[in-house]
Design a protein around this ligand. Structure first.
Ligand SMILES: Nc1ncnc2c1ncn2[C@@H]1O[C@H](COP(=O)(O)OP(=O)(O)OP(=O)(O)O)[C@@H](O)[C@H]1O
Length: 376
């Protein structure tokens, strides 16, 4: 008999759709946001449709937090799966108000207060929907419509929320307006989410775990920062490579407007408004914003020079090296990426295993309500 694991989402989907062959296996925690990322046509939406039961590929397997949704003898139909589904374009009922749209599909009876139940008032507050409740969908902007669609999906009390490129039909400004709402949902709700996107910025801001796909296959699965810093995967070698990791606010210096953040293996100083000690933040450090030194730099305007150890290197193109470091003197902390020229690599006599100082020129600091870019 097949072992079923609680608190995991597992899929093994294989089969042919016309000329497209899918063979995608993954196992991710049933908590937080899992990004499903890869180039157009690699099979992301097909995997999501398999999870939802909208696509039946015989011989596939799917279990979610201890419940079997598909195996050789089981195939739950979409309406039998406790899922919320948010599509690229919100399809709201035009003849119903926003409020009626929101409660459409919500379980009947008063479930208010029950453990794990997502309350109406909480959804309204998290998604900023209070002043829209009496409106008709035709009087909403694209971003507002999508927020209502997300609210409706949440109020159906799903065990798993599936989001298929929920922001891709929106312009850049509207995306930026909605992302903070998604960050708040992420911070406040424990509901697991599978989030399909081919936009790395969305993935970097939202995802805890990642399923990386290419041509119908899963080429990487794991915590976001592990995949970002794996030189064998395309994220680390991309021009805009970066790592994201968690930071905890430690102290705030109002005199200089500087926040001290504790990260795994070190501390960072970041220009910022006041932040309560203990608050969690997600930070992003781009490979292009990190330079290396063999000794602790003394007279420099750069705020952050972190002790780190080189854990791996690989050439990118003819004249550059991708360097993966682990923060802290032992190199056991958070991973950081840097790109250095081959000349600097030789001149500094860099090598795997040696201790370096990672000079960080820019740190993007994401909060529950948005992102501020902090430099130098
Ligand atoms: N029912 C079907 N019949 C035949 N081919 C299909 C079917 N559904 C999907 N495909 C093909 O499978 C491939 C993967 O499609 P899918 O929509 O899953 O990719 P995707 O990664 O989500 O792409 P995008 O980012 O462009 O939405 C595509 O080549 C698509 O044309």
């Amino acid at each position: 008999m097949r072992a079923i694991f609680p608190r995991m989402i597992r899929g093994e989907f294989r089969g042919r759709l016309g000329g497209f062959a899918l063979d995608a296996s993954f196992s991710v925690p049933a908590t937080g946001i899992t990004g499903l990322f890869g180039p157009s046509g690699c099979g992301k939406s097909t995997v999501l449709r398999c999870l939802a039961g909208l696509q039946h590929l015989p011989g596939s397997l799917c279990d979610v937090d201890g419940d079997v949704w598909q195996d050789d003898s089981t195939f739950l139909k979409p309406h039998q799966r406790p899922i919320g589904y948010v599509f690229q374009e919100a399809s709201l009922f035009q003849h119903l108000s926003v409020k009626a749209n929101l409660v459409y599909g919500a379980p009947r009876g008063d479930a208010g207060g029950a453990a794990g139940v997502i309350a109406f008032d909480e959804v309204i507050e998290l998604l900023g929907l209070a002043r829209l409740l009496d409106r008709a969908p035709r009087n909403l902007s694209g971003g507002e419509r999508q927020r209502v669609a997300i609210g409706r999906a949440l109020l159906s009390q799903p065990k798993l929320l599936l989001m298929d490129e929920p922001l891709s039909a929106l312009d850049r400004l509207t995306k930026d307006e909605i992302l903070p709402f998604l960050e708040r949902l992420h911070a406040r709700l424990s509901l697991p989410v599978i989030y399909v996107s081919h936009d790395i910025t969305e993935i970097e801001r939202l995802a805890d775990h990642l399923i990386l796909m290419r041509a119908g296959h899963v080429i990487g699965v794991g915590p976001l920062s592990d995949l970002q810093s794996d030189p064998a995967l395309p994220l680390a070698t991309a021009r805009d490579a970066a790592v994201n990791f968690a930071a905890i606010a430690e102290a705030y210096d109002a005199n200089y407007g500087l926040l001290t953040l504790r990260v795994d293996g070190g501390r960072l100083l970041v220009p910022s408004g006041p932040v309560e000690p203990g608050a969690r933040r997600r930070i992003r450090i781009a490979a292009g914003d990190v330079s290396l030194a063999r000794e602790a730099p003394r007279a420099t305007s750069i705020l952050n020079a972190l002790s780190a150890r080189i854990v791996s290197t690989s050439p990118v193109g003819p004249n550059e090296m991708l360097v993966v470091m682990g923060l802290g003197p032992n190199g056991n902390g958070a991973r950081l990426l840097a790109r250095v020229t081959r000349r600097s690599w030789d001149q500094l006599q860099l090598a795997e295993g040696i201790e370096v100082f990672a000079q960080v020129k820019g740190v993007a600091l994401a909060s529950e309500r948005g992102v501020s870019e902090a430099t130098k």
